[in-house]
Design a binder for this molecule. Structure first.
Ligand SMILES: C[S@@+](CC[C@H](N)C(=O)[O-])C[C@H]1O[C@@H](n2cnc3c(N)ncnc32)[C@H](O)[C@@H]1O
Ligand code: SF4
Length: 445
């Protein structure tokens, strides 16, 4: 089997239809107008994309490029310029930054530069005193020295791409690091005093069995990370890994039955090891969360860097995925936005419900406060009430007072729906926007 956008059958098709979208290129004045008019509240998150890696993993679906010293230097300067441009353009909106995350690519390849970037955010925006800064990291970067450097440069939280503690899996994924480096990376981050350490693990790998996956997770639990996030290996068709499987250079992935077995094995193993599910794919020992999903889905989130997506709460837009064009645009003093689209109240409601159910509980009173409308009425209007009713009837959801909770039975369906969404929408956006820097229009899926 292949975990691509066609693997999810009717559920995948329904999700693809429900989230279909058209992004359009506009002139800068129009972009600015759409953004300022639609910011849903003053407290905003910031996402910074750092699209460079020392080597490119064949299965990677993200916007990323090979590290080139000269380009990275120009990119970091452009990032600071873009933050300045956005800060200036929206200075009258009274925005307050409450959360900053950098993803990639591999943000852990730089350290001192993060100090400068965060300083620029502070100069251009009002930053809340309890705002935390988190980055994604590759284990081979996290030497003791690097971990301390990152801490000194304002990084509070770290998410480490361990993926597996078996050499064969790491080799198959084309990872640069070995098992030893992952063990040392977590230890070094612990000594450097990060406030939150997340470890990413991967399953549904070719030749991986449920038993080996459980073994991998038990080893990962021994690392004593605050959070463990479990990603099934997704295979969008634009990744080299798809071709490798098709040409028989790599075996196919385990089948759907095994997917379900592996999924529940993760839920049970990690619960046994003292972790609690905080999202259908993420488990915590602390209760706090390393995550960018809430702001991506609900907003407002300001994205900086090539390929970064932003969502004001009513308008969604993406920066050009070409690093060269991104730098050129910002150096000319122009916002590097490649496309955007309005998001109507009904779609915002769907995004809100999906995000909350991905975090396994939805509070109806909170929903009504955000949307100023009765939950049932709005759900009926968007045709979601039937799905919720069926979920409750079949025991995938449970109502407790004002809360709708995802049951253990329902977590599997959330897992399927969540990854079907990622393959149909975000992955397709990356696929289209990496073909050309400034497309006139992009339709997804
Ligand atoms: C941007 S990467 C994290 C930072 C760093 N670049 C790394 O790879 O370690 C985010 C995470 O996505 C997950 N990932 C990578 N390729 C994937 C794929 N094809 N399907 C699902 N998840 C994937 C990995 O677990 C990875 O840690
Ligand atoms: S998985 Fe991480 S290290 Fe590998 S290419 Fe993607 S972003 Fe880079």
């Amino acid at each position: 089997m292949l975990l691509d956008q066609y693997a999810f059958g009717a559920l995948g098709k329904r999700i693809a239809r429900g989230f279909s979208a058209i992004f359009r290129r506009e002139d800068e004045v129009k972009f600015k107008e759409c953004i300022s008019k639609s910011v849903s509240k003053n407290s905003v998150g910031v996402y910074i994309h750092f699209p460079f890696c020392k080597s490119l993993c064949p299965s990677c679906p993200y916007v990323r490029d090979l590290w080139q010293e000269r380009v990275v230097k120009a990119y970091v300067s452009a990032l600071k310029m873009e933050i300045g441009l956005v800060g200036e353009a929206f200075k009258d909106l009274g925005l307050r930054v409450v959360d900053i995350h950098a993803g990639g690519g591999t943000p852990s390849l730089i350290d001192r530069e993060w100090g400068e970037v965060i300083q620029t955010v502070r100069e251009r925006f009002d930053v809340s005193p309890d705002c935390r800064f988190g980055i994604e990291a590759n284990p081979d970067d996290l030497t003791e020295d690097k971990a301390f450097q990152l801490r000194e440069n304002g990084v509070d939280e770290i998410s480490i791409g361990v993926q597996s503690l078996f050499k064969t899996n790491l080799r198959m994924l084309g990872r640069r690091h070995g098992v030893e480096e992952s063990l040392e990376a977590v230890e070094n981050c612990r000594s450097a005093g990060f406030k939150l350490i997340n470890v990413d693990m991967m399953y549904m790998l070719p030749e991986q069995s449920t038993n080996l996956w459980v073994h991998d997770l038990k080893l990962a639990s021994e690392l004593d990370a605050d959070q463990i996030t479990c990603y099934p290996l997704l295979v969008p068709h634009y990744t080299p890994f798809y071709k490798m499987i098709k040409e028989g250079r790599v075996q196919e992935q385990p089948d759907m039955k095994e997917f379900k077995r592996m999924y529940y094995a993760a839920v049970h193993t990690l619960t046994h090891e003292g972790y609690t599910p905080i999202r259908y794919y993420s488990f915590s020992r602390k209760g706090e969360e390393y995550s960018t999903v809430e702001l991506e889905m609900v907003g407002p989130l300001l994205g900086f860097g090539s390929g970064a997506m932003s969502f004001t709460g009513g308008y969604e837009y993406i920066n050009t995925c070409s690093v060269k064009e991104y730098i050129k645009s910002v150096e000319r003093g122009r916002l590097p936005i490649a496309g955007g689209r309005n998001v109507a109240k009904e779609e915002r409601a769907v995004r809100y419900v999906s995000e909350r159910l991905s975090a396994l509980k939805l509070n109806i009173k909170d929903f009504e406060w955000v949307f100023g409308e009765r939950f049932e009425a709005l759900m009926k209007r968007i045709g979601y009430n039937m799905a919720l009713r069926i979920g409750l009837l079949f025991g995938n959801l449970k109502r407790e007072g004002d809360e709708i909770r995802v049951t253990e039975k329902g977590m599997w369906r959330r897992n399927l729906g969540g990854w079907a969404f990622v393959l149909s929408i975000p992955c397709r956006i990356v696929e289209e926007y990496t073909k050309t820097p400034w497309p006139i229009e992009v339709r997804v899926p």
